[in-house]
Ligand binder design. Structure first.
Ligand code: MSP
Length: 528
């Protein structure tokens, strides 16, 4: 694997980020960090989608310019991602100058090639979706099924993209590449949508929408949001219609594009058609994740249950975002919906991160100090020159086998499932400690056996720190520090021999890696 390029959807900036947006950025960051452990060159793109009628209207009602609204809200997204340790390579804004210029040239090229043509049109426009809706998709009351709002009747002269020209090629691609859409059960949905697709409007009359990218050579039209937004995945890399940059040549096609299930149609139909029209390779995978509900209810301003990711960190007084990252990244099986509740959050992170994982390390290091002044002796190793020579062979094998299972899950973008494998390794290791009772061995004077058990556990803790790193980077670093383990090691270089002989740690340097979320604090935040 010589490069790995992954992207998220770019968020609308007519409000602040909520934990649904955060869910997507967290799972993508977890994937990015995992692949950094396997590949030297990972490019992770995220950003904001800033044009369109909705932004124009929100800004007007706030009495500010659209650009002012975008600047203010894009910053809120950046701040939130910083607080969550989202380690992106570029944060693209669709108002960025380089993006705007390239989108104009892409549009111009598609007009020149005959993929975009002008036509007059009357249709039902939903500003929530920023697209025209097919009357057959409306609810019985004539509302947009996603936004439960009545679409506006819009009659305009627009540019149209010849989606129908690419219909058969898209169907063929989806059928021939069963792992193109992940999870696979969503592919049928897309194939059904493809049955009655029409050419799509890709511009709006400036008399109706001023906040958009101007069409070159036509003063009356601005480019409609989806062609602008989707192009970000290539403009960010410096794609240009005539001379694609080296960066573009290196990273495109994307290895995975992470999006929510609600915008799969745009990514698996419109986006493919645009790429085909530009004669560019297609992304390898589209990961359509499910949605996050709050206490089992859909998040909505009218219900008043919209939660900001930073408020979770604040109300639980979390020093690091790790617990929240872990909870979110394991909240739903691949592609399925997940739920957030304060109570469940508290229970899960206390159980998995504090009681099981953190405590295991803490107990083991404390015993090493108590019985051996923190020293690992030569005879404690169950492994010599990467050969298993005794001691806890099967457990060490299980641990390295888990590395492969976790990698397999990540290859299928099954993030929560990868998390479960890690928790399972922690549980197995805890059971090993209980079964082998090093404290009894010490009492009976069986010091070498006792040292072997502790060393085996510490070897496995090194592996666990590497596996948990993408989910919980700060906790992993704290674990690795106490184990004198080099976290920058690639996953493929992990061995049975991560611990060195000599004094590993002293009493003062043993620190809990994760403190239990205080239950009183959590209750307080719930009643807020
Ligand atoms: N701007 C478009 C995407 C353009 S991509 C070229 C958009 N923006 S959005 O702000 O409405 O949504 C951004 C992402 O957040 C989408 O992938 C969407 O599915 C995701 N989510 C929005 N609410 C969500 C939840 N409640 N749960 C999980 N993800 C959610 O669509």
């Amino acid at each position: 694997m010589d490069k790995f390029y992954l992207t998220t959807a770019i968020d609308y900036v007519n409000g602040a980020p909520h934990i649904g947006h955060a869910y997507e950025k967290i799972i993508t960051d977890v994937i990015a960090r995992h692949f950094k452990q396997r590949c030297d060159d990972v490019y992770f793109l995220t950003g904001t989608d800033e044009h369109g009628i909705k932004i124009q209207k929100t800004a007007a009602s706030a009495g500010i310019t659209p650009k002012e609204l975008c600047d203010e809200n894009a910053q809120k997204f950046k701040d939130a991602w910083k607080a969550l340790d989202i380690d992106y390579t570029r944060f693209i804004r669709t108002t960025d100058e380089d993006h705007v210029k390239i989108v104009q040239r892409i549009f111009q090229k598609l007009v020149k090639n005959g993929d975009i043509y002008k036509n007059s049109y009357e249709g039902l426009y939903c500003s929530g979706c920023e697209c025209f809706l097919n009357p057959k998709d409306l609810t019985e009351d004539g509302l947009c099924p996603d936004h439960l709002k009545k679409p506006e009747i819009v009659k305009e002269e627009n540019y149209f993209f010849k989606l129908t020209k690419y219909k058969d090629a898209i169907i063929k691609h989806i059928k021939e590449n069963p792992d193109f859409i992940i999870p696979q059960f969503r592919a049928n949905e897309v194939l059904n949508q493809l049955e009655d697709i029409q050419d799509i409007s890709v511009s709006r009359a400036k008399s109706n929408v001023q906040w958009g990218i101007d069409v070159l050579d036509d003063d009356e039209q601005s480019i409609y949001v989806w062609i602008d937004a989707l192009s970000n995945y290539i403009t960010a890399l410096g794609y240009d219609v005539d001379t694609p940059s080296d960066k573009f040549k290196k990273y495109w096609p994307a290895d995975v594009q992470v999006i929510g299930k609600d915008i799969l149609k745009f990514h698996s139909i419109y986006w493919l058609a645009i790429l085909m029209a530009l004669d560019l390779p297609l992304p390898k995978h589209i990961l359509a994740h499910g949605w996050i509900t709050i206490d089992q209810a859909k998040m909505s301003k009218s219900i008043g249950n919209v939660i900001s990711p930073t408020s979770v960190l604040e109300s639980f007084e979390l020093e690091y975002p790790d617990a929240f990252r872990y909870y979110m990244a394991t909240a739903a099986p691949c592609g399925k919906d997940g739920n957030y509740s304060d109570e469940d959050f508290k229970e899960k992170v206390n159980a998995h991160l504090a009681n099981s994982m953190g405590n295991l390390l803490n107990r083991t290091l404390s015993m090493l100090v108590k019985y051996f002044d923190g020293e690992i002796k030569e005879e404690f190793f169950a492994v010599k020159n990467n050969e298993l020579v005794g001691g806890s062979i099967s457990l060490l094998k299980t641990a390295l086998n888990k590395v492969d299972l976790v990698k397999n899950n990540f290859d299928n973008f099954a993030i929560a499932e990868a998390g479960l494998e890690i928790v399972n390794l922690v549980d197995i290791t805890n059971k090993y400690v209980t079964d082998n009772a090093p404290w009894t061995l010490a009492k009976e004077g069986k010091m070498i056996e006792c040292g072997q058990v502790l060393t085996t556990v510490l070897e496995i803790m090194c592996i666990i720190s590497a596996l948990i790193y993408p989910f919980c980077p700060n906790i992993a670093e704290s674990m690795a520090k106490q184990l004198s383990f080099d976290l920058s090691k690639k996953l493929d270089d992990l061995t049975y021999e991560n611990i060195k002989t000599g004094v590993l740690i002293s009493k003062e340097n043993i620190k809990p890696v994760f403190l239990r979320v205080d239950s009183e604090l959590a209750d307080k935040s719930k009643s807020k």
